[in-house]
Design a protein around this ligand. Structure first.
Ligand SMILES: Nc1ncnc2c1ncn2[C@@H]1O[C@H](COP(=O)(O)OP(=O)(O)OP(=O)(O)O)[C@@H](O)[C@H]1O
Length: 454
């Protein structure tokens, strides 16, 4: 009866899978550089099945007995169960999948598909809407920093306190805010986002608190609700909170403390019940010290902070993010999907990604638009990524000896490799094509400090 079954250990690493592989295609396995599905054993489950919820099962100990999910072209009915030892400790989890080809599942699958298309229609109608579109499964990544973010997101969904999201531009702050809302008990209520930096200062107050009818010349006769009123019962996402002018910070603090707002031109207050998620890419704590951000508002918002990692600090995630964006972009451009050559993935790892995941998506889109070919190769990034690694090496200083130039290049390559492998010398040696002993000798030769003995 079972079309797919997998077993993971308590760290959500794949321990076993049956030989039907409904969750992943041969193509996917090849893309990850594996020779056969057996090579996937021991890998974090999200590396093979990016949207997997098995980690949630091992981390929470709760089963997800009935879930309908789409994997590639299949609609699967998935049951996930935690496995416990005699003391009741979770030691892993088991998942079974049934394809909808089974006749007796047809009615449920048909109903699901019908509901799904109805949902897609409604979602399209609500495109500019107040419902959040993303859940924690849309947060892609299995690196340690990202797994920690997912844990905090789930935790934030269970509490009602304010959340402060800190992270560089493009690290997924809005995506995380939507995921928190979607996993909270306010999920069926509005999610309203307001970007402080995008609104002219003189309009901010009206935007936040609304306008009473006839409040000023030209104001409409109907009252105009502010974002607080629109988010009533749900979540208000205050993006770029660090850009909020000081006078408005005082008014915002008052609204949060009193749980009421006063629309512009009105002398009446309106009760509001909103959960606040604020975000900024600015150093808010420093701004408090320099007096450009109110400390009382900061403490009010900083109840449950979540720091989103920069992409350069979780480069392992590139290998799943890049193919996922490639697939998304191929679909949106109506082109066949292009896989990455290993050298192309390596080129992505060399880049520092100041614009983070948003930049990655843009870069891949540019490759699709500017280049041709079945696969994405390292050369395709030549005019797009300013990374030194993909540029031709700088012309040598003719006055130096060949030996000095070679030494300098060797030192730079070793340092770069160590940085990419986060100091893991065994891995760095493998990438450089050196034996471990040889690498150690070169570290000594170049005076590169050896901090760890991995
Ligand atoms: N972990 C992730 N998994 C999948 N997609 C991601 C992830 N992080 C970011 N993205 C994608 O990157 C883009 C930028 O994300 P988002 O707008 O949430 O970033 P942000 O931190 O709010 O940026 P800004 O500070 O510039 O507003 C979006 O398309 C989002 O879907």
């Amino acid at each position: 009866m079972i079309d797919g079954a997998i077993l993971v250990d308590q760290d959500a690493r794949l321990v076993w899978s049956n030989d039907k592989h409904v969750w992943f295609s041969d193509k996917q396995i090849a893309m990850l550089g594996f020779r056969s599905p057996a090579d996937a054993i021991g890998q974090p489950v999200e590396r093979i099945i990016p949207h997997s919820r098995m980690r949630e099962v091992v981390e929470t100990g709760r089963s997800l007995p009935l879930d309908i999910m789409r994997y590639g072209e299949h609609t699967l009915l998935v049951s996930r169960l935690p496995l416990r030892d005699e003391q009741g400790q979770v030691i892993g989890a088991l998942a079974f999948a049934l394809k909808n080809s089974l006749t007796y599942l047809r009615p449920i699958a048909d109903r699901f598909n019908k509901l799904q298309s109805r949902l897609t229609r409604v979602e399209q109608e609500l495109a500019a809407s107040r419902a959040s579109q993303y859940t924690v499964e849309n947060l892609i990544g299995f690196s340690q920093p990202m797994l920690q973010v997912k844990r905090l997101v789930r935790r934030a969904g269970q509490i009602r306190s304010a959340v402060l999201l800190l992270g560089e531009t493009g690290t997924g702050k809005e995506l995380v805010a939507q995921s928190i809302h979607a996993s909270s008990d306010r999920a069926h209520r509005p999610f309203v986002a307001v970007n402080t930096a995008a609104i002219p200062e003189n309009l901010l107050e009206a935007e936040f608190f609304g306008v009473a009818p006839g409040a000023y010349t030209g104001a409409a006769r109907q009252p105009r609700p502010g974002k607080f009123q629109l988010a009533h019962g749900g979540t208000l996402f205050l993006d770029e909170i660090g850009d909020m002018p000081l006078p408005l910070q005082a008014k915002l603090l008052r609204a949060l403390q009193e749980r009421e707002v006063e629309p512009l031109g009105s002398n009446q207050v309106i009760k509001v019940d909103v959960r606040i998620i604020a975000a900024t890419s600015r150093p808010l704590a420093e701004m408090v010290r320099s007096g450009t951000f109110r400390s009382d508002l900061y403490y009010r918002l900083n109840v449950f902070p979540i720091q989103l990692p920069a992409l350069r600090d979780r480069k392992d995630d590139l290998e799943i993010l890049a193919p996922l964006f490639s697939e998304k972009i191929a679909i949106s451009l109506d082109q066949p999907m292009r896989e990455f050559t290993p050298a192309a993935l390596d080129a992505l790892r060399q880049h520092d990604w100041p614009g983070n995941v948003r930049e990655l998506a843009n870069v891949i889109e540019q490759v699709y638009v500017r280049t041709e070919g079945e696969r994405i190769r390292a050369e395709d990034f030549a005019d797009i990524l300013p990374s030194a690694a993909i540029q031709p090496p700088a012309p040598p200083d003719r006055k130096r000896s060949l030996n000095a130039a070679m030494d300098e290049l060797e030192r730079a390559l070793i340092l770069e490799s160590l940085e990419d492998c986060r100091g893991n010398k065994l891995e760095a040696a493998r990438r450089l094509g050196l034996s471990r002993t040889n690498l150690y000798a070169k570290l000594r030769k170049h005076g590169i400090a050896s901090h760890s003995d991995d």
